[in-house]
Write a new protein. Structure first.
Length: 206
């Protein structure tokens, strides 16, 4: 493996390029040695020190990852302590249970690891996308410009789950051990705070 840390972006669907770019810039700004690559299969995932599951369509991401064995490998790595950042759809894929605001409970492939129940499209559909500032004080980010696109929210949390941020009383960011999940898209802003926090978490864990 290359010297330094190895962070992967799950590249089956979604905002892959933006997360690759943000993570590489975060490594540079922090002066941490490492590589950031697209990962698609269990072999690539097995080599990682950290993983980002990007925004996109959670059902598609979960189904494709299930078919090629990646979900099983990701779960093994998480259980061994690998940090993961789940963004929007990634937050849904990490969760134990998901329901849709309109359709009700969803039967979709999930990692079943993050002890939360998710409401998909909690703020509405694509046309209801919006941007707003949120606070992530608990991880040292007092203000962050959140981009919400068909965003989910967390409607139930287990006792191990720390709520990091709320917007309009809806939970939009959580942390459980080495897992961080956000309903908004940090890779679509010029602010690297979230990616820097995640990169540092991977470094400390390595």
């Amino acid at each position: 493996m290359s010297k330094g840390i190895n962070i992967g972006v799950l590249a089956v669907q979604g905002d892959v390029a933006e997360n690759l770019s943000s993570t590489r810039m975060a490594l540079d700004e922090l002066g941490i040695e490492g590589i950031v690559t697209e990962v698609k299969n269990p072999e690539q995932i097995s080599e990682l020190n950290g993983l980002i599951i990007p925004g996109g369509e959670s059902t598609v991401i979960g189904t494709l990852a299930l078919v090629n064995g990646s979900l099983k490998k990701i779960k093994e790595k998480i259980e061994a302590g690998m940090p993961v950042l789940g963004i929007c759809a990634g937050m849904i894929v990490l969760s134990k249970k998901a329901k849709d605001r309109i359709v009700g409970d969803m039967d979709q492939p999930l990692l079943d690891y993050l002890d939360i129940k998710i409401e998909r499209n909690a703020f509405g559909r694509q046309r209801d996308s919006f941007e707003t500032d949120v606070s992530l004080d608990k991880i040292g980010i007092p203000s962050f410009h959140g981009v919400f696109i068909r965003a989910p929210s967390v409607i139930e949390t287990g006792k191990e789950v720390e709520v990091l941020s709320k917007f309009n009383e809806k939970i939009v960011a959580v942390k459980q051990g080495n897992i961080i999940a956000t309903a908004f898209h940090p890779e679509l802003t010029g602010d690297l705070s979230m990616h820097k926090y995640f990169v540092d978490l991977v470094r400390k864990n390595n």
